[in-house]
Design a protein around this ligand. Structure first.
Ligand SMILES: [Fe+2]
Ligand SMILES: [Fe+2]
Length: 380
C-alpha cells in the first residue's frame, strides 16, 4: 500500500521531493509520514514486495528504511538487497533502528550512502539526515557535468557552507578565498554553459545555497550580457553568493514560512540585510561592489525599499541590477510550498510592479537576455 501523504500528489509532479518509507511498525509509519509531510511527499510501505514494485516504476530521492520489518528478513536485509540492483544502489538511505538492534546498527554504519539513526531520535535529526542524503544524491550528479560546471557548483557550495560555519563561530570571512571559489562560475557563464548550473541545483535541499547560487548565476549572466568583463564579473558572482548571508541569523520559522509574513515577522525578515551588512563590514578586503549588491538589493528607485530607503540617483547600477535579479530569482525559485514561476510569468509580475520600483532600462535588458536564453531552450 502506498500511503502517499499528499492528497492526489502524483509521483514527481510536485515541488516536494519524493521519499519512500518502509516499516513493519504501523505507528512508526504513520508518525514519520505525518512529521515529514510538509517537507516531502512520503510514500509509505509496510511490505517489501510493494515497495519493490514501486521502485521498479520510480526512483525516489531517498528511502527511509526501518529496522522493524517483518517481510524480507528485516530492514538491513532489505537495504542489502537494494544494493545488489545497480540502478537502486545509488539511492541514499536513512536507516532507523531500535537501540537494541546492535548488529544491524553496526552493519549499517559500514554501508555506503546509508545514514543510521538510533531510536528515539529527535525529529530535527531525521530531517537533517534526509536533507543530507537528498543533497548527497543531487551533488553526486554533478560528476557528470563538464569540469568547469562541476567546479562552479562544488566550489560555491563549499564556500557557502564554510561562510555559514564561520558566521556561526563568529569568525571573519576570507573574502579572497570566497571570490576565488567563484572563478569557475564566471568561466562557465562566459563560455555559455550556465543552464547546467541551474539544473544542477534543482532538488538541492539547502534553499539558501540554491537561491544564492541562482542569484550569482543570473547576476553574472546579466553582467556578461551587458558587456561587463574582468574582475567586475567576479564581483557580480561573489556578490550573488554573499548577498543574503545575513539570512543565517533569521529564525527558521520566519525564513521558511509558507504564507504571508505578519508585521513583526517582516521586521525580522528584513533585518537579514543589516545582518549581512555587519558581517561584510567586518570582512577584510571586500570590494565596494559586493557590499552594494549585498546591502542594497532590496532598495527601490522610489525610495520604498529597505534598509536605507535610498532614492533615484542614490542607487547605482549594481544596486539596480541586483534588485531585479533577486526578485526574478525568488519568483522562479522552487520552494517546497510553492510552484516556481516560469521566467515569462516572473517577468510579467516584475513589469507590473509599481513604476519606480525597478530600473526600467535594466528590466528591458534583462527581458532581452531571457528571450535570447529561452530561444535556446528551457531556462529552469
Ligand atoms: Fe535579500
Ligand atoms: Fe535574495
Amino acid at each position: 500500500m502506498d500511503m502517499s501523504t499528499q492528497e492526489g500528489a502524483g509521483i514527481a509532479k510536485s515541488n516536494k521531493t519524493d521519499i519512500f518509507l518502509i516499516s513493519g511498525n504501523t505507528k512508526h509509519l504513520r508518525d514519520v509520514s505525518e512529521a515529514l509531510k510538509s517537507f516531502y511527499i512520503v510514500h509509505a510501505f509496510q511490505d517489501v514486495n510493494e515497495i519493490s514494485e514501486a521502485l521498479h516504476a520510480f526512483h525516489p530521492t531517498a528511502i527511509i528504511v526501518d529496522e522493524e520489518l517483518a517481510s524480507g528478513g528485516g530492514g538491513l536485509r532489505f537495504i542489502q538487497s537494494l544494493r545488489t540492483v545497480k540502478v537502486l544502489s545509488l539511492i541514499p538511505v536513512v536507516f532507523t533502528a531500535r537501540k537494541g538492534a546492535l548488529e544491524q546498527i553496526k552493519a549499517s554504519k559500514t554501508m555506503p550512502l546509508v545514514r543510521t539513526l538510533v531510536k528515539p531520535y529527535l525529529f530535527s535529526a531525521l530531517l537533517k539526515a534526509i536533507s543530507d542524503q537528498v543533497n548527497a544524491h543531487v551533488e553526486s550528479q554533478w560528476e557528470t557535468l563538464q569540469p568547469v560546471q562541476k567546479a562552479a557548483l562544488e566550489n560555491t557550495l563549499s564556500s557557502f557552507n564554510s561562510v555559514a560555519d564561520l558566521i556561526a563561530e563568529g569568525k571573519p570571512l576570507p573574502y579572497n578565498d570566497i571570490q576565488d571559489s567563484c572563478t569557475p562560475l564566471v568561466t562557465a557563464i562566459q563560455s555559455g554553459s550556465y543552464k547546467e548550473l541551474l539544473a544542477g541545483v534543482k532538488g538541492h535541499d539547502n534553499y539558501s545555497y540554491v537561491h544564492s547560487l541562482r542569484v550569482a548565476t543570473f547576476l553574472t549572466l546579466f553582467g556578461d550580457f551587458l558587456g561587463i568583463k574582468g574582475d567586475d564579473m567576479k564581483i557580480l558572482a561573489t556578490g550573488g553568493v554573499l548577498h543574503d548571508v545575513g539570512k543565517m541569523m533569521i529564525p527558521h520559522q520566519v525564513l521558511n514560512k509558507p504564507g504571508k509574513l505578519n508585521d513583526d515577522e517582516l521586521v525580522v525578515m528584513r533585518s537579514h540585510v543589516t545582518e549581512t551588512i555587519s558581517f561584510l563590514e567586518n570582512t577584510h578586503g571586500i570590494p565596494r561592489g559586493v557590499a552594494i549588491i549585498a546591502g542594497q538589493h532590496h532598495e527601490k528607485i522610489d525610495g520604498t525599499g529597505y534598509p536605507y530607503g535610498l532614492k533615484g540617483k542614490e542607487l547605482n547600477e549594481l544596486a539596480r541590477m541586483a534588485c531585479i535579479i533577486d526578485i526574478f530569482s525568488a519568483l522562479t525559485d522552487r520552494r517546497c510550498y510553492k510552484d516556481p514561476m516560469t521566467p515569462v510569468e516572473a517577468m510579467k509580475i516584475m513589469e507590473g510592479m509599481g513604476d519606480g520600483h525597478l530600473d526600467r532600462h535594466f528590466l528591458t535588458s534583462f527581458k532581452e537576455l531571457l528571450l535570447d536564453a529561452a530561444s535556446e531552450g528551457d531556462l529552469h
